[in-house]
Design a protein around this ligand. Structure first.
Ligand code: SF4
Length: 314
């Protein structure tokens, strides 16, 4: 008989005998074991176990039956168990997520995706998509979750900041004016957006009024991006803008201090460029963005990305 059944039998018997729950006094244990609480007796008015056992032999029997269950499996006392129950509290997910992220960062380079076939990567990403997510409050305001689009076996993963209004409506990343500019920029370095890249964002849901993502949202959503990168295991990652760079690289530098440099994320080379939306708002960024894109092309050359693309096309 398991502990839950044992408690249920005990409480039922106490009820039938019209006796209070002398062992566990308050409702906490009944709640934990989903047992209907017997007739409520104020805690202070309840007799002690010793008094109770002196009153009726039937209670002695009950006491004998219950005594082993009163100790937990690892031999802790009832008081210890009560203290543990009392210490339970609702944990804020934002407290957990940084730990998840830290432990993830401590793991060795994600090599799992490298060994997966195209079909396995597609199935793993599908499963991830269909498992959905409502871990943060953006799930309530979004129209569609914007998971990502492109080739699941792409050599390049591109990471933006968060979906905009149009992306939220369509469920596809980078479909507005900034997305069209991105497509042209990729074409300029001989990358076909649909075939050679997988595009996603740090946040998968649209922040209302196009505001910047909040730190707690980024921390909560990051494991999803991490998993996507693990599955796809690209040869290189292109980070669009400051927020993507901060989330993936874990540093807080300005774009001007990060651009033109090669970083690594779990041994995968990464480069940071201005977000296409920034280029639309400030033409002064266009030249440095083009310089950075050429450097990214050189990186892809050195990684043999173009060679593998040509092989795929044959
Ligand atoms: S933003 Fe990320 S964490 Fe928040 S609900 Fe969407 S997918 Fe989940």
């Amino acid at each position: 008989m398991n502990i839950k059944t044992l408690f249920a039998a005990y409480v039922r018997q106490q009820k039938q005998l019209q006796l209070p729950d002398v062992v566990f006094g308050d409702v906490s244990v009944c709640r934990v074991f989903s047992v209907k609480k017997p007739g409520a007796v104020p805690v202070k008015a309840r007799p002690s176990v010793r008094q109770e056992s002196a009153e009726a032999p039937a209670i002695k029997t009950v006491k004998k039956t219950v005594a082993p269950a009163a100790a937990t499996e690892n031999g802790q006392s009832v008081t210890d168990s009560r203290n543990k129950l009392a210490s339970l509290r609702k944990i804020d997910r934002s407290e957990i997520a940084p730990r998840v992220r830290r432990s993830a960062a401590a793991q060795p380079a994600a090599a799992a995706g490298a060994a997966l076939s195209f079909e396995q990567k597609r199935d793993a990403l599908k499963k991830l998509f269909f498992s959905g997510c409502s871990l943060c409050h953006l799930a309530q305001s979004r129209k569609k979750m914007v998971f990502g689009s492109g080739n699941v076996d792409a050599p390049v993963v591109i990471v933006g900041e968060a979906p905009g209004e149009e992306e939220d409506r369509q469920g596809i990343p980078f479909v507005g004016p900034a997305g069209q500019l991105l497509t042209q920029m990729l074409a300029a370095v001989k990358l076909d957006r649909a075939k050679d890249t997988f595009i996603t964002n740090v946040l998968k849901c649209h922040p209302p009024a196009n505001r910047n993502p909040e730190s707690a949202e980024i921390v909560t959503c990051f494991p999803l991006l991490k998993k996507q990168i693990e599955i796809i295991h690209p040869k290189a990652i292109l980070l669009l803008g400051r927020i993507a760079a901060h989330a993936v690289l874990g540093n807080a530098g300005s774009i001007s201090s990060m651009r033109s440099k090669v970083f690594t994320y779990n041994t995968i080379p990464c480069m940071v460029i201005y977000h296409p939306a920034a280029l639309l708002h400030n033409v002064a960024y266009k030249r440095p963005a083009w310089e950075d894109l050429k450097k990214f092309k050189e990186l892809l050359d050195s990684l043999g990305v173009y060679g593998s693309l040509q092989q795929q096309q044959k």
